[in-house]
Design a protein around this ligand. Structure first.
Ligand SMILES: NC(=O)c1ccc[n+]([C@@H]2O[C@H](COP(=O)([O-])OP(=O)(O)OC[C@H]3O[C@@H](n4cnc5c(N)ncnc54)[C@H](O)[C@@H]3O)[C@@H](O)[C@H]2O)c1
Ligand SMILES: O=C(O)CC[C@@H](O)C(=O)O
Length: 525
């Protein structure tokens, strides 16, 4: 039974879902980092929000870990690169808290426009400062969205409901989508120059870090207000503080900070600043949604292999998973066949799909084939890290779908090329799910992938089968099945011999010495 650890404060509904799906679950919100390091080796899955830091060190100790699930959007607390290297899937819930976070941004906008937090403090202190808290209307004002994805587009919708004019800067936003959203797509300079309120909704990346800095602030309207409910680091906090002090910026509302938890910050204490402690996603509705969603996604992956919302591996739907699983097994076995025969640096791996296979999601099949090829070189390879490992080794990967009718209903071909040789195997599924080899090096030969096999390249000359049988018999090796194929009578041939015992190197050397034999390899699957 898989075992999952929940190390952050997730809705307890997640625990119920894991348990109902038959997953052993430990709910330990607030687990200290040192304890996480000592227990992580026991778990197949780790569910977190943003407090747990899933570092390279944690991942290095996580010998059984298959999946990290982030109940939320940002995975900046997960070392995704290290997870990929360790073959751990990282998944998030990209939509579960979008409405809630958009509402928080709108709430922050109102808080700034009407100075609600400051007025509340003053009123409850017994002051009645009506003239001090003169606000501004939002109706008719220009809102500048930096980032118009899930959250930004919901903010746009709500802002239009407030009769605001909405501008959006997002290099990946299409003109068509901007029209559908009722926003005007502009460049950043125009947005800065025209917006009365600017709200940020991008991830923190190299291109967005410090997107609002002193230089940008100088190009904004005097009296601009700035809202950040996305990520700390999008705004250079010191530069913003200076612009608030000079009065150029009329107000700033921040939910996220460069350093979190933010117990100290340069923005704190300014009369026109409103802060919340990363509460964007903190509603019971959103937390329930993300907890349920991550528990379902992680359970699906651990129990069925279905992958959704993964950051580092292609998606496989619950419907696709049972169909793809035998293909992934076949591709891995075929890759392994080629990999075991390859002793030098691989230049390329080509995966071809024909018949029914050509209609399927090829990414998981490709990842499985690469895994199989690399497994004989690297123990730690799996479906998650195989494409990255191939890339790191400079291996060129290609996938081709053929729409021609194959001899079999469905067919995969894996071709591995080194500097000097090309190895090609062809395989199919018998009865829908049983892997069967149907060709090697362009020679038709049918065999199952047996746990122990001999692969013999020989010439189709009399005496070979008898000699091989006697040698194996004398060595105490029982032949379970024997499959032969040849290019033409007397020409190049292949024998695939399923054996019940391991064939030692001395016997392999004697087989190799037979006059008809070109090469012999012992394979295991
Ligand atoms: N405060 C919170 O509690 C909270 C909650 C949820 C999400 N978030 C954060 O909000 C942000 C937005 O989340 P989302 O779900 O809308 O993400 P999303 O991926 O749906 O949207 C991000 C948008 O930013 C755009 N973008 C990327 N690079 C850009 C650039 N250089 N300039 C302008 N736009 C750029 C993308 O094209 C995309 O449309 C993320 O940083 C997320 O982590 C915060
Ligand atoms: O879990 C949280 O409270 C933060 C969520 C938010 O930052 C996210 O990226 O989804």
């Amino acid at each position: 039974m898989p075992k999952v650890l929940i190390s952050d404060k997730l809705s307890e509904q997640a625990v119920e879902i894991f348990r109902a799906r038959g997953i052993d679950t430990d709910f330990r919100p607030g687990l200290p980092a040192e304890e996480l390091l000592s227990v992580i080796g026991e778990y197949d899955g780790l569910a977190v929000r943003s407090a747990t830091k899933v570092t390279a060190e944690v991942l290095a100790r996580a010998s059984n870990l298959k999946v990290v699930g982030r109940a939320g959007i940002g995975v900046d607390n997960v070392d995704t690169k290290a997870a990929t290297e360790h073959g751990v899937v990282v998944m998030n819930t990209p939509f579960g808290n979008a409405v809630t976070t958009a509402e928080h941004a709108i709430a922050m906008m109102f808080a700034l426009a009407r100075q609600i937090p400051q007025a509340d403090t003053s009123t409850q202190a017994g002051k009645w400062e009506k003239s001090k808290f003169m606000g501004v209307e939002l109706t008719g004002k220009t809102l500048g969205l930096v980032g118009c994805g899930n959250i930004g587009s919901i903010v746009a919708d709500r802002a239009r409901g407030l009769r605001m004019r909405v501008l959006a800067y997002d290099p990946y936003l299409s003109e068509q989508r901007a029209i559908e959203l009722g926003v005007r797509k502009v460049d950043l300079e125009e947005l800065f120059a025209e917006a009365d309120i600017i709200t940020l909704h991008t991830p923190l990346t190299d291109s967005t870090r410090g997107i609002i800095n002193a230089e940008a602030l100088a190009t904004m309207k005097k009296g601009v207000r700035i809202v950040n409910c996305a990520r700390g680091g999008l705004v250079v906090e010191e530069d913003l503080r200076a612009a608030l002090d000079s009065g150029h910026v009329a107000g700033a509302a921040f939910d996220v900070f460069v350093t979190e938890p933010a117990t100290e910050n340069v923005l704190f204490g300014h009369p026109n600043v409103v802060c919340t402690p990363h509460l964007g996603a903190a509603t019971s509705e959103a937390q329930e949604k993300v907890a349920l969603q991550i528990a379902e996604q992680m359970s699906d992956y651990l129990l069925t292999g279905a992958v959704s919302n993964a950051i580092n591996v292609p998606s496989v739907t619950a419907e696709e998973a049972p169909i793809l699983r035998p293909y992934m097994r076949l591709a891995e076995l075929m890759g392994s066949f080629c990999g075991q025969l390859t002793r030098s640096a691989i230049r390329s791996i080509q995966i071809e799909l024909e018949g029914h296979a050509a209609e399927l999601n090829a990414d998981p099949i490709k990842a499985a084939a690469i895994t199989g090829v690399l497994r004989s070189q690297v123990d730690s390879v799996n479906m998650v890290n195989a494409p990255t490992m191939a890339h790191q080794r400079g291996i060129d990967i290609s996938v081709t779908r053929h729409d021609r009718e194959p001899d079999y209903q469905t067919l995969l071909r894996v071709t591995v090329t080194t500097g000097t040789r090309t190895r090609e195997v062809v395989g199919t599924l018998i009865g829908g799910d049983k892997p069967r080899l149907v060709g090697v090096q362009g020679i038709g030969v049918e065999a199952d992938f047996a746990p122990r096999m001999l692969y013999v390249r020989n010439y189709d000359k009399p005496g070979f089968i008898g000699a091989l049988g006697s040698m194996l018999g004398e060595a105490g090796v029982n032949i379970a099945t024997f499959h032969l194929g040849r290019r033409e009578s007397g020409g190049e041939a292949i024998a695939l011999v399923e054996v019940d015992q391991r064939v030692d190197d001395a016997v392999l050397a004697s087989v190799k010495a037979l006059p008809q034999v070109v090469r012999v390899d012992s394979l295991s699957f």
